[in-house]
Write a protein that binds this ligand. Structure first.
Ligand SMILES: CC(C)(COP(=O)(O)OP(=O)(O)OC[C@H]1O[C@@H](n2cnc3c(N)ncnc32)[C@H](O)[C@@H]1OP(=O)(O)O)[C@@H](O)C(=O)NCCC(=O)NCCS
Length: 214
């Protein structure tokens, strides 16, 4: 029987396996199971974050993670996650140095080096934000940071079930605005978001930014 389960540390291995099957080509998956577990742990540590999965007979077939963002917050979820997983990520890269030269890693060099500097306390203090604040910066919002369904369960409505649970959770937390980003080439994900009432508000360098008001 399928059920939604809010993750605790004992569930992270099953969710990490699901993540690695849903995102088999991603750098995070290639960095190994224990890196993925650390990454998923970010969602269940601290306030304002959540991670849930859909379990079917003890197997995780889909999962979704979100993080709330309060007005004016200056560290987005990607940087916060990078800070949290930095040591584990560097160890995983040392064991698999070829990954450092992959296309996905290269595309993230600037982001990674900025976060290493920040971790070491070497980042220069900014007097103004590096890029325009998102248009929703003045309201509490929940970011859908990750969503994945195991390939053999895709196309059966599981993604929609996860999106509905994400909304239910946000409402429970008193949040009325949701946001996410997705590559414009990710047709199946984009279709799923649009079908579930999300709207595109920006398309920047191949990345689509979507939102939904609750
Ligand atoms: C994005 C992702 C989570 C969507 O999951 P999904 O379960 O396939 O998505 P949906 O629930 O929207 O279902 C999609 C299809 O199932 C069909 N479907 C079948 N039964 C359904 C039901 N009961 N309810 C809703 N849809 C159903 C839909 O019509 C839809 O078909 P279409 O894509 O041909 O239009 C999944 O494709 C995935 O894990 N991708 C890899 C990871 C990824 O890219 N994540 C997003 C990064 S931003």
């Amino acid at each position: 029987m399928m059920r939604v389960v809010y993750a605790q540390s004992g569930d992270l291995k099953a969710i990490a396996k699901c993540h690695r099957s849903a995102f088999s080509d991603s750098l995070s998956s290639k960095l190994g199971l224990s890196y993925c577990i650390k990454m998923l742990n970010w969602y269940i540590e601290g306030q304002g974050k959540f991670l849930f999965s859909i379990m079917d007979n003890g197997e995780c077939i889909g999962y979704c993670g979100g993080a709330t963002r309060m007005p004016g917050a200056n560290l987005g979820s990607a940087s916060s996650l990078a800070q949290y997983t930095m040591i584990k990520g560097l160890i995983a890269i040392c064991v698999r140095p070829w990954l450092f030269f992959t296309k996905e890693a290269k595309a993230n060099y600037e982001f990674v080096f900025r976060n290493i500097k920040r971790k070491l306390g070497l980042e220069k203090k900014r007097t103004k934000p590096p890029k325009p604040a998102p248009h929703y910066d003045s309201m509490a919002t929940a970011g859908l940071v990750v969503i994945g369904v195991s390939p053999q369960y895709q196309g059966k409505g599981i993604g929609s079930q996860l999106l509905q649970e994400f909304e239910r959770k946000a409402i429970e937390m008193g949040i009325k605005h949701l946001h996410l980003s997705v590559k414009e080439t990710n047709d199946s994900a984009l279709r799923s978001y649009l079908r579930n009432g999300w709207k595109v508000y920006e398309n920047l360098n191949g990345l689509m930014f979507l939102e939904k008001f609750l």
